[in-house]
Design a binder for this molecule. Structure first.
Ligand SMILES: Cc1cc2nc3c(=O)[nH]c(=O)nc-3n(C[C@H](O)[C@H](O)[C@H](O)COP(=O)(O)OP(=O)(O)OC[C@H]3O[C@@H](n4cnc5c(N)ncnc54)[C@H](O)[C@@H]3O)c2cc1C
Ligand SMILES: NC(=O)c1ccc[n+]([C@@H]2O[C@H](COP(=O)([O-])OP(=O)(O)OC[C@H]3O[C@@H](n4cnc5c(N)ncnc54)[C@H](O)[C@@H]3O)[C@@H](O)[C@H]2O)c1
Length: 455
């Protein structure tokens, strides 16, 4: 049955779910279209299940740190409780039945199926035409980008979806891609006894972060028995009954029972009919202005906008889009202080610009650095204390434009740095305040003291 609505939201991951709910609660007649599960990648195959895996693996790592610090403990990893938590608590067996009621109770009309824009302010789902008086919100997210490596297509390689639903930790695993997905999952499986090799084409792990972060992580991975191959591309993949052989461009061959492809994400704007909404469907992402407007009667939020593939970005943008659609005004989107946390151990957390990005932007850059393991808290903490705080200052203005906090609770320490970068708090003011002793965040104070020329 066709329908007329105020707004049609296409895709109900964290971004779309949030916009649709807000608009419906404000009294608009809203249709939310979802091809998969309400909650999207984050709830079922991304953030939530992967962080449950990280938590379980972290417990094993902490137990292994007991000798030399607190006695003895025998660690016998078991994957079954992880499977139970993910399929039970996190994903309800990959069913959103329980969520539907909660979602519809906000007043949104749920339309199941794959939608496509078929004209201005018009979406078609399985032959059913949905028209939108005010417009359409695109929130269709991304899917794994699989590189065109000889022999890869057609093999039973894993993506993040298979990894979070794995019934067992495999005996061995090659992880292709050393970004956030690859690093988090590589460490998880290794801690459960899987023999893991990570292959990263760039010259370091977490290539988009400060170089010190990738170097630190490679060192920690080596200490935990993971093999890391950086600066080398994969040339060929073969799969036989027993597993995968990945041949690197330098001729070395890696062999493992499983292969996880974690080489980034992609959109398919042609598949959602973006051209029919006046958008460039050959583009990688939907480009939006500060109010999330992409074209007349079209807004876009979340991963599909390419402004940082994080749930908090999707929800932040969703709030701005909802305000704009409701004519409520408010500040436009501001991406100076997008926080990023890779939940490895140590956590690698960052905000704003890296040193290199700041220099490329032509800023007069000063850098501050402090080692967490050499801080009072790091020394007290002992095993598992690796980390650092790095500050990137725009010296002319005397404010931080970027920062990285790697270490135990690196993501929590980041909070203070996000406030500093977002609000351009002068570094002189940051230096003349107190940092509780002996916290991990005190390393911020140590790093501030190393900013050249500070008084
Ligand atoms: C393994 C992993 C771990 C992650 N961990 C974190 C983390 O710890 N913290 C963090 O902030 N981010 C994390 N992310 C990123 C996070 O999952 C995404 O940034 C977030 O899900 C983006 O939300 P979204 O609403 O833009 O899109 P998505 O969550 O991708 O949702 C899009 C929805 O649109 C639907 N859809 C697509 N096309 C159509 C169509 N044509 N018709 C109808 N429906 C459609 C899809 O089925 C999907 O449900 C992780 C990602 C991965 C893969
Ligand atoms: N904790 C978090 O917030 C979290 C966790 C996971 C994912 N995410 C989000 O999801 C996005 C996607 O994560 P991702 O790790 O898939 O992508 P990514 O872009 O972060 O990393 C992909 C890596 O794969 C490498 N690569 C690409 N092609 C390759 C090839 N052929 N061989 C070897 N290496 C190759 C790239 O150089 C890059 O370092 C991230 O950008 C992040 O925004 C966030």
């Amino acid at each position: 049955m066709d329908g007329m609505y105020d707004v049609v939201v296409l895709g109900l991951g964290p971004g779309g779910e949030d916009v649709a709910g807000r608009l419906a609660e404000a009294g608009l007649n809203v249709a939310g279209v979802e091809a998969g599960l309400i909650g999207g990648e984050c709830a079922y195959w991304g953030c939530v299940p992967s962080k449950m895996m990280v938590r379980a693996a972290g417990l094993l790592a902490e137990a292994r740190r007991v000798p030399g610090m607190a006695g003895a403990v025998r660690v016998s990893p078991k994957w079954a409780p992880v499977v139970d938590r993910i399929s039970g608590e996190a994903t309800d067996g990959w069913s959103d039945d329980a969520k539907v009621e909660q979602f519809e109770s906000r007043g949104v009309h749920l339309v199941r199926g794959r939608g496509r824009i078929t004209g201005p302010r018009e979406v078609t789902v399985d032959g059913r035409v949905l028209r939108a008086r005010r417009g359409i919100v695109l929130a269709t997210g991304t899917s794994p980008a699989v590189p065109p490596i000889d022999g890869l297509e057609g093999t039973p390689y894993w993506t993040n979806r298979d990894a979070v639903a794995a019934p067992h930790a495999p005996e061995s695993l090659i992880v292709l891609g050393g970004g956030a997905v690859g690093c988090e999952l590589a460490q998880v499986f290794a801690r459960f006894g899987t023999r893991v090799s990570v292959v990263e084409a760039a010259d370091r792990l977490l290539a988009q972060e400060e170089p010190e972060a990738g170097v630190l992580l490679a060192r920690v991975f080596a200490g935990e028995g993971l093999e890391t191959h950086v600066g080398v591309a994969a040339e060929r993949v073969r799969h036989d009954g027993d597993g995968f052989t990945l041949t690197l461009e330098d001729g070395r061959a890696l062999r493992a029972a499983r292969l996880l492809v974690a080489t980034g994400r992609r959109t398919d704007l042609a598949a959602i009919g973006a051209g029919d909404a006046g958008l460039d469907e050959s583009a990688r992402f939907v480009s939006v202005d500060g109010r999330m407007r992409a074209a007349d009667g079209v807004w876009a939020v979340g991963d599909v906008t390419g402004r940082g593939a994080y749930t908090h970005v999707a929800v932040y943008q969703g709030r701005i889009a909802a305000r704009d659609i409701l004519g409520e005004g408010g500040p436009p989107a501001d991406y100076r202080a997008v926080p990023r946390v890779t939940f490895t151990d140590p956590e690698v957390a960052s905000v704003g610009l890296t040193e290199r990005e700041a220099r490329e932007a032509g800023l007069d850059v000063r850098v501050g650095f402090a080692s967490v393991s050499e801080s009072a808290r790091g020394w007290i903490h002992g095993a598992g204390h690796e980390g650092f705080v790095k500050l990137v200052e725009d010296a002319r203005r005397g404010v931080l434009v970027g920062a990285t906090s790697a270490g135990p609770a690196g993501g929590e320490v980041l909070g203070a740095l996000v406030v500093a970068v977002q609000n351009e708090i002068p570094t002189t003011r940051l230096r003349h305040m107190m940092y509780a002793y002996p916290t991990f965040h005190r390393a911020i104070e140590d790093a501030l003291e190393t900013l050249d020329g500070q008084t």
